[in-house]
Ligand binder design. Structure first.
Ligand code: ADP
Ligand code: MG
Length: 401
């Protein structure tokens, strides 16, 4: 994979696909403001380096789901306002995504200047990867850089189509994400311990399968554990647990039993409640058969201590998915214990998933992990072993460097 080190950018117009898909809030004057600028800040290394090398920058991102329409409530204007606070440069918001007017603005850019295109999903051709839109984007620049790791699993015009039309390379964020994640899969310091939790079992079963092959220990928590416990014949009460997920879990248990596969760890105790809410009746269950009328909403204290022990002994830790309904205080202890163990671990620690990142932030530990992935779906697909279209399309992809 080529990086921006491999590009000659001085005086060139560089189209940078960034992931500025940030949450918005309503400001004091009623206008939209950026509620969380993490993703904008994450693009700073690439923007700073390219500007420092005399590039003329054209930034493009999606924001929300305008579904091919010019929805002004999803304009890039609030993002540009925040960008102006972070980058000391001439920054212009284009009136549209592509077109003659936008092209003229790109040609007027001086070295180090920045043009931000309107929300690329205002164009219906973005998500359909329309070659016309890709061509119109390519006309705005001489070189293409993809730094939008969070969108790299989508074959869209601004992430995939345009990459074939210009000399291209990976930006710093995308490069770091891909190298870190493939590094822990291909050559991890052992033992490699994967902690998988959260609620989206169907989305994550392929990740569990992959780690059963690659890791030394796979630790299951969150709502994820109930299909596994159910497959083992335990009662799950009202816990989240579909029949389809139980079939997936049964197959994963069979796979784990084969020689050469990771040891699979499941909870030995739980915190149960009537419902996922702060004021719910709740108690610790020192077993894993959930009574009728109750839901399993967190791993129990004995399980949390065991899982922390696995993390402490790991050479590499991959964590995706909270251990319980951590948003509600009675069900937060398991996730907190795992987050603290990850923060204190001596091994390399990699965390993916929006809610896992939110959990770390809630406990004030987000700075204590080695790599906090900015991708949700992209992180999971890469870990599953799928090729990411936005990475595959770049010059030199697949070539070891
Ligand atoms: P991530 O975003 O980190 O990939 P997910 O989106 O898969 O994680 O899951 C996060 C959600 O799972 C949280 O909202 C959390 O409340 C919920 N959750 C975790 N454990 C349970 C459980 N036992 N029962 C119900 N919901 C749970
Ligand atoms: Mg989530």
């Amino acid at each position: 994979m080529r990086s921006i080190d491999d590009l000659d950018v001085r005086g060139k117009r560089v189209l940078v696909r960034v992931d500025f898909n940030v949450p918005l809030d309503t400001g004091a004057d009623g206008a939209a403001v950026v509620a969380d600028d993490t993703r904008i800040v994450a693009a700073m290394p690439t923007i700073g380096e390219l500007r420092g090398r005399g590039a003329r920058l054209v930034l493009v991102s999606h924001l929300g789901r305008p579904e091919g329409k010019q929805d002004q409530s999803l304009s890039m204007a609030p993002v540009v306002a925040r960008l102006r606070e972070l980058v000391d440069a001439s920054i212009t918001l284009a009136p549209a995504v592509v077109g003659d007017q936008v092209k003229a603005l790109s040609e007027k850019l001086g070295e180090g200047d920045v043009l931000v295109l309107e929300n690329v999903r205002f164009e219906p051709g973005e998500t359909s990867n329309d070659p016309e839109l890709a061509r119109a984007l390519a006309e705005l620049a001489d070189v293409y850089v993809n730094d939008a790791f969070g969108a790299a699993h989508r074959a869209h015009a601004s992430t995939e189509g345009v990459a074939h039309l210009l000399p291209s390379a990976a930006g710093r964020l995308l490069e770091r994400e891909v190298l870190t994640l493939t590094g822990i899969l291909e050559n991890p310091a052992r033992p490699l311990v994967a902690i998988i939790g959260g609620a989206k079992v169907a989305d994550k079963i392929a990740v569990i399968d992959r780690f059963l092959e690659l890791a030394d220990v796979v630790v299951i928590g969150g709502a994820m554990c109930f299909p596994f416990l159910s497959a083992q014949g335990h009662a799950v009460g009202e816990s989240l647990c579909s029949e389809e997920d139980t079939d997936h879990a049964r197959r994963a248990l069979e796979q784990a039993a084969r020689p050469g596969h990771a040891r699979l760890e499941l909870p030995v105790d739980l915190v149960i409640g009537r419902r996922p809410a702060a004021d719910s009746e709740h108690r610790v269950l020192s077993a894993v058969d959930v009574p009728e009328g109750w839901m399993g909403l967190d791993i129990g204290p004995v399980t949390a201590e065991r899982y922390a022990g696995e993390i402490a002994a790991a050479g590499t830790v991959f964590w995706n998915g909270p251990m319980g309904a951590f948003e509600h205080a009675p069900f937060a202890a398991g996730t907190r214990a795992v987050a603290e163990a990850v923060a204190e671990a001596s091994g390399l620690t990699v965390v993916g998933g929006g809610d896992s990142a939110a959990a770390l932030a809630r406990f004030g530990l987000e700075k204590e992990v080695d790599h906090l992935s900015t991708g949700g779906g992209a992180t999971l697909e890469l870990v599953e072993g799928k090729a990411l279209p936005g990475v595959q399309a770049l010059d030199g992809a697949g070539v070891a460097s």
